[in-house]
Design a binder for this molecule. Structure first.
Ligand code: DAK
Length: 260
């Protein structure tokens, strides 16, 4: 399959995944979802990778949603397959073992908002707009939005956004905790890269295991989450990175991590 709607650029230890389908404001049709799945699966196995940015091409849209023209023709059976594909894509992205930053550069509606929600955190440009307007189309968010938005901003805010279908601006998205930082559009990718570069200086194994502990523990009872944390903490003591990090501190020099 020639990849035309999703571009992956790898620079050193960082990858940028860009949805690029300008004629539909980067809307996710089946083909684009398949390309995203393939891109994420390809990145999942790269041991040298330290972080990923997910963004949209152009200055207007991150992703304006699932493709409404394609959904228009679907019966319930095709919709089930489409929903399963979309959820799988979001799951593969959410399960990437390295930090994934959404750089939201415009409309992030419906499936686009859900794509951003599958990332570890979201930075937005001032022109970004967020919403889950599915109820306007007679459906509900189908790519994880009812679950991930609720976990991030709380039940009442999620219900308000999903029930009203309201589209909110970047400042409001930051106020409710959906977005971490809002910057002018020309600075957006730099903001995301700068975070990944700061993360990239830390112990790579520790970052991967911290992500694992946070994500596996988040939906568990505290005691069960703490059990995961204890195991991760102890495991890391067998790593070369742990020895190097502590040795470098004691020798008053910067650490040289190898990811082992
Ligand atoms: N799908 C297909 N085409 C889209 C699109 C979309 N989501 N969004 C925009 N486009 C297309 C427009 O049709 C237009 O195409 P042409 O007419 O030029 O051929 C082109 O992109 C430019 O858009 P506009 O002319 O509308 O541009 P404006 O600046 O006037 O407006 C807008 C920008 C983002 C406000 C507007 O395009 C808009 O409202 N777009 C739709 C946003 C939306 O409602 N998104 C949510 C989609 S629903 C499920 C599976 C999945 C889902 C739910 C359930 N199951 C299986 C259970 C997910 C649903 C969604 O994501």
């Amino acid at each position: 399959m020639a990849e035309v709607n999703v571009r992956v650029q790898v620079e050193g230890p960082f990858a940028t995944v860009m949805v690029d389908r300008p004629k539909s404001l980067n809307a996710l049709d089946s083909r684009t979802l398949q390309e995203l799945e393939k891109a994420a699966a390809g990145l999942a196995g790269r041991e040298d990778l330290r972080g990923v940015i997910v963004t949209g091409a152009g200055e207007k849209a991150f992703v304006a949603g699932a493709d409404i023209a394609e959904m228009m023709e679907m019966d319930a059976d095709r919709a089930r397959h489409f929903g399963a594909l979309g959820q799988r894509v979001m799951d593969v992205i959410a399960a990437l073992p390295v930090p994934v930053v959404a750089a939201v550069n415009g409309f992030a509606l419906g499936g686009g908002c859900e794509l951003a929600l599958a990332c570890d955190f979201i930075y937005a440009s001032e022109n970004a707009r967020f919403g889950l307007p599915e109820v306007s189309l007679g459906v509900v968010p189908g790519f994880g939005g009812t679950q991930r938005l609720t976990r991030l901003v709380g039940r009442a805010r999620a219900k308000e956004l999903i029930f009203t279908g309201d589209v909110i601006d970047a400042a409001k998205a930051k106020e409710i905790g959906l977005v971490l930082e809002v910057v002018p559009l020309p600075q957006l990718l730099g903001q995301a890269r700068s975070a990944l570069e700061r993360i990239g200086k830390k112990g790579p194994l520790a970052i991967r295991r911290a992500k694992e502990a946070i994500d596996r523990g988040a939906d568990l009872e505290l005691a069960d989450g703490l059990t995961i944390e204890r195991k991760v903490f102890a495991d890391l003591f067998d790593s070369a990175d742990r020895r190097e990090g502590m040795k470098a501190f004691l020798e008053k020099r910067p650490p040289v991590f190898t990811g082992r």
